[in-house]
Design a binder for this molecule. Sequence first.
Ligand SMILES: Cc1cc2nc3c(=O)[nH]c(=O)nc-3n(C[C@H](O)[C@H](O)[C@H](O)COP(=O)(O)OP(=O)(O)OC[C@H]3O[C@@H](n4cnc5c(N)ncnc54)[C@H](O)[C@@H]3O)c2cc1C
Ligand SMILES: NC(=O)c1ccc[n+]([C@@H]2O[C@H](COP(=O)([O-])OP(=O)(O)OC[C@H]3O[C@@H](n4cnc5c(N)ncnc54)[C@H](O)[C@@H]3O)[C@@H](O)[C@H]2O)c1
Length: 473
Amino acid sequence: MTEHYDVVVLGAGSGNTVIDDRFAHLRVAIVERGPFGGTCVNRGCIPSKMYVHAADLLTGAARGPALGVRTAASAADQAAWARLRDRVTSRIDAVARSGEDYRRGLDFVDVLRGTGRFTGPGALEVEDADGGITPITADEVVIATGSRPVVPDLPGLHDVPHVTSDSVMRLDELPRRMVVIGGGYVGCELAHVFAALGVEVVQVESEDVLLSAQDADVADVVTRASRDRWDVRTGARLERAELLDDGSARLELDDGSHVETDLVLVAIGRQTNADLLDLDRAGVPVDDDGLVVVDEHQRAADGVWALGDASSSPPLKHVANQDARVVQHNLLHPDDLVASDHRHVPQAVFTEPQVAAVGLTEAAAREQGIDVAVGRKDVADTAYGWALQSGPDDDDPAGPGGFAKVLVDRRTGLLVGAHVVGPMAATLIQPLVQAISSDVPVRGLARGQYWIHPAPTELVEGALLAVEEALGG
Ligand SMILES: Cc1cc2nc3c(=O)[nH]c(=O)nc-3n(C[C@H](O)[C@H](O)[C@H](O)COP(=O)(O)OP(=O)(O)OC[C@H]3O[C@@H](n4cnc5c(N)ncnc54)[C@H](O)[C@@H]3O)c2cc1C
Ligand SMILES: NC(=O)c1ccc[n+]([C@@H]2O[C@H](COP(=O)([O-])OP(=O)(O)OC[C@H]3O[C@@H](n4cnc5c(N)ncnc54)[C@H](O)[C@@H]3O)[C@@H](O)[C@H]2O)c1
């Protein structure tokens, strides 16, 4: 018999958060093929930031002697790696298990283990690990199937030891050498992690700088800071790979250079899993990137909703969370739908130095013809920056020069972009996220409140004062 559900959620990452006790009067199925919690908990935000924290401690400790204290950052040996990895995996595995146990304990929810796909409008099948098929039908389907790492089909790559962010969090052993392909979020965060642990890292990025999507000044700071710590090859792509007799890999790059390594980490972007759902059978539209096309209510078709990496760009967890809240509300209140707001999505890259941004880059603002006023404050010129510096001539508290930069439209007096690179950037950006989200006029923002002295937030105050000066009387 085909079971019928009021609501079926495909994917127990952010999709799992849609269902709460307010759905208890309905029959709900959650379909999941992997561990509960999805990418963020199991192979994304949480484990990567647990590793980043350890890497930050190591890089911080390495600076101690320059400040006059005896700290030492030793490279991690295999035992240290095992302790670090087991701390990470035991924590996230417990979260995934308890998430699934909680769902299984609810009498209005069925957890269906396997891969879901559409067979028609409102009709799906779930294929379990043994190939068994369970057909189900649903009034409402939530597509929350996320995304997966892209692995290019390059000659020899599949023959050499290689991992993606999916598997690198659980390495049996720390490699002596690692090549990171990609200088985006994943590449920069994990190059920082493995370099801090003492791995000889080579990072290969096809653009001329790391983090090329960031404001050019920010990308420049991160690229120079990274080059100080590991071998960064920009303007280069992996062309082919060859397995050597000792089990290591020889990689040829398209700039004519080559590199030998023990492990390749492929981090060149992600693609949506929506392509595996047979969406055409349910009349669910996708765009050229394979993302499910949704309206402002996150509705993809009659009785079909989508959220997170399946439908939204950029693929970030706080975006998936807001999408999930919108879908939740709209399922519970079909006569009072709310809309998503993807206008001012902030982002942070937890490399060293940390990066955070909201809104436009300076180049994008100018390309859009905005008459932009720029205010910038360097970390080295703040009181907290002095605390980080080893001496008065050292302008190097956060790698080669952290700063905050704010961009204001001279016509409206409103913020159109903000960028922070340096210690605690992901935290420092938040007042600027609030300002841009709430259309707060920039004039008066710095002097309209106290800024705690000598806190790192004075960096933001300084950038706001600088932009007021640029705006003129
Ligand atoms: C290394 C890394 C670090 C990251 N760090 C950050 C960060 O610091 N901050 C941030 O904001 N974002 C970060 N992200 C991005 C973030 O993890 C994702 O944007 C977020 O997890 C997306 O949530 P989601 O629910 O859309 O998808 P997912 O979390 O991927 O959940 C989708 C779920 O659907 C399941 N699934 C897929 N297809 C099917 C199917 N057909 N049937 C059944 N189940 C299926 C999957 O197994 C998965 O559990 C990071 C990503 C990576 C890879
Ligand atoms: N802190 C965070 O919020 C965080 C952390 C990790 C991942 N994420 C999410 O995951 C997504 C995927 O991250 P990602 O780093 O895989 O992708 P990305 O798009 O951020 O970066 C991919 C990089 O690889 C480069 N590249 C592409 N093809 C290449 C090739 N053949 N050779 C060399 N370089 C190549 C690109 O120019 C780009 O710089 C991000 O867009 C982000 O939304 C977020």
